[in-house]
Write a protein that binds this ligand. Structure first.
Ligand code: HEC
Length: 181
C-alpha cells in the first residue's frame, strides 16, 4: 500500500470534524464519488455502471431487464438477448457486450464506438455522441464483470420471418420520417 498517498478529501473532512468535536451529519458522498476519490479505476468502473444503467444499454442487451424492472443480477448484465427486432432491415438481436468487450482493448473499444454504425434498433448515434470518458468507463465496467454467456442469435436478412419472440416494427416510409425544417 502507498503510505504517501494524500488522505482522501471525504476522510479528511470527517477527521477534521471528529477532531473539532463537531456533531454534524457524517459526510456521505454518492458511491460513485467515494470510489473516484480512492482509486481512479474503481471510479471509472462505478461511473461505467451508472452510464450503462441510465443510457439504457441493459434494456436491450440484457435478457428480460425491462420486464423484471431492472432487477437482474450484475452477473447476467449485457450478455445479449434472443428477442428479435424485425423491420425493413431484417431482424437484429442485441449482442453479447461481455464477449464483445472481452475481445477489444480499451483503445480499440474507443475507436470502434466513436464511429459505430449498426442496423436498427441499436441507437448507434448515441454511442458516437457519448463523451470518450463515458465510453472508457463502460469498457472498464464491462471488463470488470468479465466475459459471460453465449453470442446472441445472428441477424436475419430482410423478408425472413424470425422465430418468436420478436418485436415487429411497422414504420412510416422514410420520407415521412424526415426531420422537419
Ligand atoms: C433499443 C435497443 C438497444 C439499446 C438501448 C442499446 N443497444 Fe446496442 N445494439 C442493439 C442491437 C439490436 C444491436 C445489433 C445491431 C445489428 O445487428 O446491426 C446492437 C449492437 C450494439 C453494438 C455493436 C455490436 C457489438 O457487440 O460489437 C454495440 C457496441 C452496442 N450495441 C453497444 C451498446 C451500448 C454500450 C449501449 C448503451 C449505451 C447500447 N448498445 C444500447 C440494441 C440496443
Amino acid at each position: 500500500m502507498d503510505t504517501l498517498r494524500p488522505v482522501p478529501l471525504a476522510l479528511a473532512a470527517v477527521l477534521a470534524c471528529v477532531l473539532a468535536g463537531c456533531t454534524s451529519e457524517p459526510v456521505t458522498a454518492p458511491v460513485e464519488q467515494q470510489a473516484a476519490t480512492t482509486d481512479p479505476v474503481a471510479g471509472l468502473v462505478a461511473h461505467g455502471e451508472y452510464i450503462v444503467r441510465i443510457a439504457g444499454c441493459n434494456d436491450c442487451h440484457t435478457e428480460a431487464y425491462a420486464t423484471l424492472g431492472g432487477e437482474v443480477p450484475l452477473a447476467q448484465w449485457l450478455t445479449g438477448s434472443a428477442l428479435g427486432y424485425n423491420g425493413p432491415w431484417g431482424t437484429t438481436y442485441a449482442t453479447n457486450l461481455r464477449l464483445t468487450i472481452a475481445d477489444l482493448e480499451e483503445q480499440e473499444w474507443l475507436d470502434y464506438t466513436a464511429t459505430l454504425h449498426t442496423r436498427p434498433i441499436m441507437p448507434d448515434f448515441m454511442l458516437r455522441q457519448m463523451r470518450e470518458q463515458d465510453r472508457r468507463a463502460i469498457w472498464h465496467f464491462v471488463r470488470s464483470l468479465g466475459p459471460a454467456g453465449n453470442p446472441a442469435p445472428k441477424a436475419l436478412p430482410p423478408g425472413e420471418t424470425p422465430p418468436p419472440p420478436y418485436f415487429q416494427l411497422v414504420l412510416p416510409p422514410i420520407e415521412d420520417n424526415a426531420i422537419p425544417g
